[in-house]
Design a protein around this ligand. Structure first.
Ligand SMILES: Cc1ncc(COP(=O)(O)O)c(C=O)c1O
Length: 401
């Protein structure tokens, strides 16, 4: 069986975040008291109006194939969303719908990458980007956003990473795993660099658009730099904004030639995402939006709680991010210390494993996201659970010698 795995898949590692979730679930199953702060999904339920729309779609018999890249009714709702919320004008022929934002990004990369093409992936990055680039036959080029810059990519770092083979840059704001979000001025500075390199396409992953806090004003690249519209793919979805991770609907707006290529990929692979989920997404986008603001307030309280409690843990330093539902604390102050059972904390992977063993708290090591020594906490869970989890982290850090 040694030649079973394809050479493309052999370059790919399994998702570290799904692995942590699975390990936490397994420990729970065998009776351990585990607090899972690893999973990247809202704990809120899908709104009732969205569920009702799905039930109505089933009862109407909307149970057949749709167009491979989404039905016109959903594309119209997406066109309206981009106009209403982002000031972006697309027509229906410029919209792609697929089973989750993940598939949208994958379709774009598979549709466009040839061997040797480079994709700039700013770290800390969402775990799937580099591996999706590899599966698509391209080469991920990692560049690092430092903690001192709020984990954001500096224009001169972007400039230095671009080569004649650069096909894409992937921007993700607010970010998974850091929660960092780019201001209009920061996007404008990156756009200035991109103007000098017309071969580079821009993929913006706006999945956490609706999760920003305080007075942060959200903007996306095609809106800030209209002259880059013809080479920007604006990716979004209903998973995080409407607590619909299991429904599997993601979408994108972009230039028609690119959208046509992505449709070709979908037509020979997934075909359409579930017709019922598509009708649910129509209701999510066209229906009442007050759910988003209410839930945003709860997330902001959780963020403040977690940041404050982590900064009280010995050796931990945690910045306050602008959005998403993640924080990315540094454990620089713990490297070299020893646990009560004699384990030396040599890196963030050892830290997260020791934390899970000692206190039953599941978090994800920074190494999975391309920047160490850090870890990621997802605060998409109740304040009671977060308080318990952070108290355990404090106790664990205090126990290190
Ligand atoms: C940054 C980012 N992009 C895309 C996705 C994928 O979303 P979906 O569940 O719609 O595939 C996720 C999900 O974790 C994410 O964090």
């Amino acid at each position: 069986m040694s030649n079973l795995q394809s050479s493309a898949l052999a370059r790919v590692k399994p998702s570290a975040t799904l692995a942590v979730t699975a390990k936490a679930r397994e420990l729970k199953r065998v009776g351990r008291d585990v607090i899972g702060l690893g999973a990247g999904e809202p704990d809120f339920d899908t709104p009732d109006n969205v569920k009702a729309a799905a039930i109505a779609a089933i009862q109407r018999g909307e149970t057949k194939y749709t167009d491979a890249d989404g039905m016109p009714e959903l594309k119209a709702a997406i066109v309206a969303k981009f106009a209403r919320e982002n000031g972006l004008t697309y027509d229906i022929g410029q919209i792609h719908v697929a089973p989750g934002g993940k598939t949208v990004i994958y379709n774009a990369l598979v549709a466009t990458l040839s061997p040797g093409d480079e994709v700039i992936v700013p770290a800390p990055y969402w775990v799937s980007y580099p591996d999706m680039v590899l599966l698509g036959g391209g080469e991920p080029v990692e560049v690092v956003g430092q903690e001192a810059d709020g984990f954001k990519l500096r224009p001169e770092v972007l400039e230095a990473a671009i080569t004649p083979r650069t096909k894409w840059i992937i921007l993700n704001s607010p970010s998974n795993p850091t929660g960092a979000a780019y201001t209009r001025a920061e996007l404008e500075a990156l756009a200035e660099v991109l103007r000098r390199h017309p071969q580079v396409w821009v993929l913006t992953d706006d999945m956490y658009e609706h999760l920003t806090y305080g007075d942060f004003v959200y903007t996306t690249m095609a809106q800030v730099a209209p002259d880059l519209y013809d080479r920007t793919l604006t990716v979004n979805g209903v998973s995080k904004a409407y607590a619909m991770t299991g429904w599997r609907i993601g979408y994108a707006g972009g230039p028609k030639p690119l959208i046509d290529l992505m449709r070709k990929v979908a037509s020979q692979t997934t075909s359409n995402p579930s017709s019922i989920s598509q009708w649910a997404a129509v209701e999510a986008l066209n229906g009442p939006q007050d759910f988003i603001a209410e839930r945003g307030k709860a997330f902001e309280r959780r963020r403040d709680l977690v940041v404050s409690m982590l900064n009280q843990a010995t050796g931990v330093r945690c910045a306050t991010p602008e959005g998403a539902f993640y924080v990315y604390p540094s454990i620089e102050g713990l490297i070299g210390k020893t646990t009560e059972t004699g384990v030396v904390i040599s890196d963030d992977e050892v830290f997260t494993t020791a934390l899970l063993d000692a206190e039953g708290v599941a978090v994800v090591q920074g190494a999975a996201f391309g920047l160490s020594p850090y870890f990621r906490i997802s605060y998409a869970t109740s304040e009671a659970v977060l308080e318990d989890g952070c108290s355990r982290i404090q106790r664990f850090c205090a126990s290190l010698r």
